[in-house]
Design a protein around this ligand. Structure first.
Ligand SMILES: NC(=O)c1ccc[n+]([C@@H]2O[C@H](COP(=O)([O-])OP(=O)(O)OC[C@H]3O[C@@H](n4cnc5c(N)ncnc54)[C@H](OP(=O)(O)O)[C@@H]3O)[C@@H](O)[C@H]2O)c1
Length: 297
């Protein structure tokens, strides 16, 4: 029987486990604070940011939201980040990506104080992750790791195949899965749009992660019996629903679910974990910045 990996349940457990640490912080007169910054009219980005703010409220993190007009000069965004960098009540800063085209997103990421970079995308934090000395693991890859460990899916010596090499998912996840650690030690293959014979690679996976952004790219014949399939993809496709679309993953769920050993649904798999791990990093950031012992990896 295929096990359906319940991201909502694992995320709820993580939020629950954070409440003890948040209490410790509050006991020390510190309320963890997360600032979200939005400079975009993209409806999906607006939704993501409002969900993140709602999550903060639910667990007792002080959520601050700054919206910058898409017509505003870039300096307004940099000025906002500078202000948040020096605000002692803000422990984590998240600038919602993608930004509008004329803004240099690399410069934006560099301008966030690395100690407050709870997304883990500042070059300093990327470098630390690659060196095996991470400060903040990026939320989606970390969420994938937590899902695997919650379902006792061993990464040790496993063949992990990741389809997608983005800076936010594929690359950091590869680094986390092959590093020398109990939640690593996998042999990782990273595939992308130029990969030759993708099916040959994916069929070799014990753990197959799809982070592509192509609806239902991974079909049944690309998956071997018993593989753990983690679907990171979130794609809006036109549908006869109230909103006019539905969300589908990068995996053809209905056909793959009977072959996989375990599989994440979309929605309800990786998505809730990404949100939970942002809260996790914010609590960790508050502990580090305030020098209060919080035992989070
Ligand atoms: N659930 C969550 O919390 C969460 C978080 C982040 C992202 N996502 C979703 O995950 C998906 C991927 O996001 P991303 O930001 O990583 O995407 P991205 O930056 O667009 O990267 C996509 C990757 O997929 C590769 N690719 C594209 N078409 C391919 C094909 N036909 N065969 C093999 N590889 C192919 C690309 O190869 P090249 O490098 O050669 O172009 C690239 O490496 C999206 O649906 C996104 O919405 C979900």
């Amino acid at each position: 029987m295929t096990e359906v990996i319940d991201g909502n349940a694992v995320a709820a457990d993580i939020r629950e486990s954070l409440s003890e640490h948040i209490e410790t912080l509050i006991h020390n007169d510190v309320t963890p604070g997360l600032a979200t910054v939005l400079m975009s009219d993209d409806p999906a980005s607006e939704t993501y940011v409002s969900m993140k703010q709602r999550d903060c409220e639910e667990v007792g993190i002080n959520g601050i939201h700054v919206e910058i007009d898409t017509d505003a000069p870039a300096e307004e965004l940099y000025g906002t980040i500078d202000d948040l960098n020096s605000d002692p009540d803000v422990h984590g800063i998240l600038v919602q990506m993608p930004l509008i085209d004329r803004i240099d997103s690399r410069r934006v990421l560099r301008s966030i104080d690395p100690m407050k970079d709870v997304d883990g995308f500042h070059p300093e934090n990327v470098g630390r992750l690659v060196a095996g000395n991470d400060r903040y693991r990026p939320c989606t890859p970390h969420g994938v790791q937590k899902l695997l460990s919650a379902y006792d899916i061993e990464t040790e010596s496993a063949d992990a195949v990741i389809v997608g090499r983005s800076n936010i998912v594929g690359k950091p996840l590869a680094n986390l899965l092959f590093r020398k650690a109990t939640d690593g030690n996998a042999t990782v293959t990273v595939c992308h749009s130029r990969t030759k014979d993708l099916e040959e690679k994916t069929r070799n996976a014990d753990i197959l992660v799809a982070a592509v952004g192509v609806p239902e790219l991974i079909e049944a014949e690309m998956v071997s019996e018993g593989t753990t399939v983690i679907d990171v993809g979130v794609n809006r496709v036109d549908a006869d629903t109230e909103k006019g679309y539905e969300l589908v993953g990068d995996v053809a769920y209905d056909e793959v679910k009977d072959i996989a050993g375990a599989i994440t649904p979309v929605p309800g798999g990786v998505g809730p974990m990404t949100r939970a791990m942002l809260l996790y990093n914010t609590v960790k950031a508050a502990g580090m910045q305030e020098d209060i012992g919080i035992n989070l990896e």
